[in-house]
Design a protein around this ligand. Structure first.
Ligand code: HEC
Length: 170
């Protein structure tokens, strides 16, 4: 019995010492990494490059013949095409902005090329139809959004589309 007790005491002691040493190693490792991490980071090439980039002089001098891909002032190439505001024709506008509703009569829209659905509307006169297309219109069959919802279209483009739609009735 006393041998068992002795073994148990010894065992507990050894386990305790090993545990304490392990804990000491962990704490030491944490302390060391705290102290040295910064130095290793500062030595890293990416970090060095970033610092060099930040503290580099504003201007640089290049001798004739030297080339450098810098973000210096760019020279406008004369043949670069000017961005032109493209104007769409009536049919193009119709296809892009009107056909969604007027193609199949969605939401009560009068169908393209179906005279029966246009007779009464035509009676208002073409100008009124154009005005309704531009400003939107809420009649007896549904709601027509201003410019068919495409407010980016010019007035002329929309009225051209109206003319195209009316031309399909003859
Ligand atoms: C979101 C669906 C929708 C789109 C897109 C749309 N319309 Fe309409 N449009 C309607 C509806 C619905 C009516 C019928 C409104 C009513 O009479 O109640 C209508 C009616 C019209 C009328 C007749 C107005 C009147 O006075 O009777 C014209 C002209 C017209 N649209 C032109 C256009 C043109 C041009 C475009 C494209 C630029 C276009 N619409 C796009 C739904 C649409």
């Amino acid at each position: 019995m006393s041998r068992d007790q002795k073994f148990f005491d010894m065992y507990t002691l050894v386990i305790g010492v090993i545990g304490a040493v392990a804990l000491a190693f962990v704490v030491l490792a944490m302390k060391m990494s705290d102290l040295t991490q910064g130095i290793y980071t500062r030595d890293a090439s990416e970090y060095q490059a970033a610092v060099a980039e930040r503290i580099k002089p504003v201007g640089e001098v290049y001798l004739p013949g030297e080339e450098h891909a810098s973000s210096g002032p760019t020279v406008d190439t004369p043949d670069a095409p000017e961005p032109v505001a493209t104007v769409m024709t009536g049919p193009q506008v119709y296809n892009a902005a009107c056909s969604a509703c007027h193609g199949a009569g969605i939401g009560g829209a009068p169908v393209l090329g179906d005279p029966a659905q246009w007779v009464e509307r035509l009676a208002q006169g073409e100008d009124m139809l154009k005005q309704h297309a531009l400003q939107g219109f809420s009649g007896s069959t549904g709601f027509m959004p201003p410019k068919g919802g495409r407010v980016d279209l010019s007035d002329a483009e929309v009225t051209d589309a109206v003319e195209f739609m009316l031309s399909k009735l003859q």
